[in-house]
Design a protein around this ligand. Structure first.
Ligand code: BGC
Length: 732
């Protein structure tokens, strides 16, 4: 890779130790914010870190915060180290900084990438004001198994949705100009197929067909790079026997040689060290060599590169040219984000102190949160609730909770601004809040003495119960795989007792994954999925409960009938023995439950109803190089204005590899006034029909396709069209 003269001149003057130093990423103990994250590896103190910066042994620090101390770090780097190279300051800023937005999975439910772009931009403004240049986000892992805990950090089970959100988040974090003081460098992660770990077990093995890797797990990374990402984080897992962090085929073959990526690959936390535990490297030195030669540029926190790369270069096992190339990439990254010209960029204590923007961000947090809430069920139109003349009992361990608002991956959220559900409901009710009864009923995971009795009494006296249940937030996120994706038994018992009173129940779920709902929760009159919504949780849920906002989100993950269906994803391949309405013996089916999910991908209700006309195709004979135009009229046939997520799916009837039953190809959220209608237009090119064939080539195959424009992955009636072979005239 060609770099500027100043970078080449720096490389020419660097010692091997200084070069290796640029490749080292360490915990920012100078301004630690979350020292309890991965504590066993945070062995250095502030003085040691500064001494290393002074010695030119640190390329980047992570998970510290603060402009003033950031300046101190940079001053040591620039004025006291021999070559004066600034340090890149990074952190895990996933879905908000001080203002917390919905977890990424929840925000994906909005089906509004533009919303994610706005929340990422707001996050970047706050993070750069707090002395950061770089975030380890977005997570773009596709999660097809809800037992895995890190699905909460991504955009769900679908690749097209995942690509749209990956790109939007990169654009939002980085803005238009990477050198701007409020640009936050994005890092899509975890490369690759981290979400495909066997049985949803964190850090487990990934045994995957190359075609699935390419068609499902790699596209969101490509989308992130196309949107401007210039760094990527390697994954912990192995892929078909080779750990991703030492996987030359992936890190060099696909990433650089095939895609032409010229940015930086950063390891996940001690992922190079873990090659020894994987049994893929003999010892620490071997691990260093394998990781570096595979294409892992930066080593996070293990110190392995510092300890072993110099000797490996000395012995010739790692060519100096390879080391130089890694250093060049890191210096180019620093140049691209403006650090070589302005080492003190994003380190302005005045800007940090100025909280003028926070009011705007609060409003955005509320809007993003309510746009992420999915209405699954609303029997007898129990929702929206009335603010007057309705006695409401707010029951459940999440009613007053402040500890499970931010979700699994928030280091820097301003907890003093978090708004519990009760506060939001009270504010919405105004004076009528005097009659609101609030009863926890149980703890998150355990019964409380007299809890159920109090809840039942409150339910009996109420016209409607809002039952706030869910997973504690630590059930999702890193290292939080679950064997049963249901609710804790104490909460289920509470739900049964409350439901037995006969008072209508509105379940408000808090969750970091799709859940398997059972019993009284599943049978409640209404169900809202609220994920973890962040700072403005209370207001956002109240907006939906009382109809001040008409819910518009849709599921980005299928809600199964039972945990045993996992991995369940709507776009599964066709079987040779599908279940038939007339016959189910010797067919692909579960003995105990229907095959279908309880609520499919893309599903969600509104307080109004929408009707779709059959899609009208520009042609039913699509020429090889032509574009298929699709138009559908969607009507709001209810009494209130609403927003619908119009979804386009296809199915390839016959192909050289078994194809999914349906695949989302496009979507658009549209606002339609009560009684109104809109024409929604899509355009499909054959690229959207392509898949990776047996030879690893991504191409479309001529033939018949079904196409749906509909409300979710299980609805609608298909129309069909034919993709004509190259050279065949489209004229009938
Ligand atoms: C996680 C990454 C994160 C890193 C740094 C790891 O444990 O897998 O997602 O960016 O730590 O905190």
């Amino acid at each position: 890779m060609a770099a500027s003269a100043r970078i080449e001149s720096l490389i020419a003057r660097m010692t091997v130790e200084e070069k290796v130093g640029q490749l080292g990423v360490f915990a920012d103990m100078v301004r630690p914010f979350a020292p309890d994250v991965n504590p066993e590896a945070n062995v250095r103190n502030a003085d040691e870190v500064l001494a290393q910066v002074r010695a030119g042994r640190v390329g980047s620090l992570f998970n510290g915060v603060g402009a003033e101390l950031g300046r101190r770090i940079q001053q040591v780097a620039v004025e006291e180290s021999r070559l004066g190279i600034p340090v890149a300051l990074a952190a895990d800023v996933i879905h908000g900084m001080r203002t917390v937005f919905p977890i990424p999975l929840g925000e994906a439910a909005s089906f509004e990438p533009a919303l994610a772009e706005r929340t990422a931009r707001a996050t970047a403004v706050e993070a750069t004001a707090a002395g950061l240049h770089w975030t380890y986000a977005p997570a773009v892992d596709i999660a097809r198994d809800q037992r895995w805990g890190r699905g909460a950090e991504g955009a769900g089970e679908d690749v097209v949705l995942g690509c749209a959100f990956a790109a939007a988040r990169v654009r939002g974090f980085q803005g238009d100009d990477l050198t701007a003081h409020d640009a936050l460098l994005a890092t899509p992660k975890h490369f690759a197929a981290y979400g495909a770990v066997a049985a949803g077990m964190e850090y487990a093995s990934v045994d995957i067909a190359p075609q699935t890797l390419r068609d499902v797990h790699l596209p969101p990374f490509q989308a992130a790079f196309a949107a401007g990402a210039i760094s990527v984080m390697s994954a912990f897992n192995d892929i078909n026997g080779v750990p991703a962090s030492a996987n030359r085929g992936l890190l060099t073959g696909i990433l650089r040689e095939e895609w032409g990526f010229d940015g930086v690959v950063i390891s996940d936390y001690t992922a190079d060290m873990e090659l020894v535990a994987h049994g893929y490297a003999e010892d620490d030195r071997d691990a260093t060599k394998k990781a570096f030669l595979a294409g892992l540029d930066l080593s996070m926190q293990s110190g392995f590169y510092a300890a072993h790369l110099p000797a490996l270069v000395e012995s010739g096992e790692v060519p100096m040219a390879a080391l130089d190339e890694g250093v060049r990439r890191m210096l180019v990254l620093k140049e691209r984000i403006g650090l070589l010209d302005d080492p003190y960029r994003s380190l302005d204590p005045e800007r940090e102190a100025d909280t003028g923007h926070l009011a705007d961000h609060e409003a955005l947090a509320r809007d993003a949160a309510r746009r992420s809430i999915v209405l699954l069920k609303n029997d007898d139109a129990v929702l929206p609730l009335k603010k007057r003349e309705q006695r409401i009992a707010l029951v459940g361990p999440f009613a007053r909770d402040r500890e499970n608002i931010e979700g699994c991956w928030t280091l820097f959220g301003d907890r003093s601004r978090y708004e519990p559900l009760e506060d939001g409901v009270r504010a919405a009710l105004g004076e009528a809040a005097a009659s609101l009864v609030v009863v926890p009923g149980c703890d998150l995971e355990a019964p409380v003495e007299g809890g159920i009795e109090a809840a039942v009494a409150a339910a009996r006296d109420a016209d409607v119960v809002v039952l706030a249940l869910g997973e504690p937030q630590r059930y999702s996120g890193e290292a939080q795989s679950r064997i049963d994706i249901g609710l804790p038994p104490a909460q289920e018992a509470l739900a049964e007792a409350v439901a037995a009173t006969g008072t209508p129940v509105v379940v408000v779920l808090r969750n970091g994954r799709a859940l398997a709902l059972t019993g009284a929760v599943r049978d409640a009159q209404a169900i809202l999925v609220t994920w973890y919504l962040g700072t403005r949780t209370g207001s956002a849920v109240a907006d939906v409960l009382f109809g001040d906002y008409n819910p518009s989100a849709r599921l980005p993950v299928s809600f199964p009938q039972a945990t045993g269906q996992q991995p369940y994803f709507y776009n599964h391949p066709r079987t040779g023995r599908p279940e038939l309405p007339t016959m189910s013996e010797f067919k692909a089916r579960w003995r105990e439950i229907p095959n279908e999910p309880l609520y499919p991908f893309g599903y969600g209700l509104s307080y109004t109803r929408f009707e779709y006309d059959a899609p009208r195709l520009g042609t039913t004979r699509l020429g090889w190089d032509d574009t298929l135009e699709i138009v559908t009229t969607v009507r709001n046939v209810g009494d209130v204005d609403g927003e619908e997520v119009v979804q386009l799916y296809i199915h390839d009837r016959v192909a050289s590899r078994v194809r999914p039953v349906r695949e989302l190809k496009a979507f658009e959220k549209v606002a339609i006034a009560a009684g109104g209608e809109v024409e929604v237009r899509f355009a499909l090119h054959r690229d959207a029909l392509a898949f990776t064939d047996a030879d690893g080539v991504r191409r479309a195959e001529p033939g018949l396709f079904d196409l749906w424009v509909c409300a979710n992955a299980k609805s609608g009636e298909p129309v069909s069209f034919e993709l004509l072979a190259s050279g065949v005239s489209a004229a009938p």
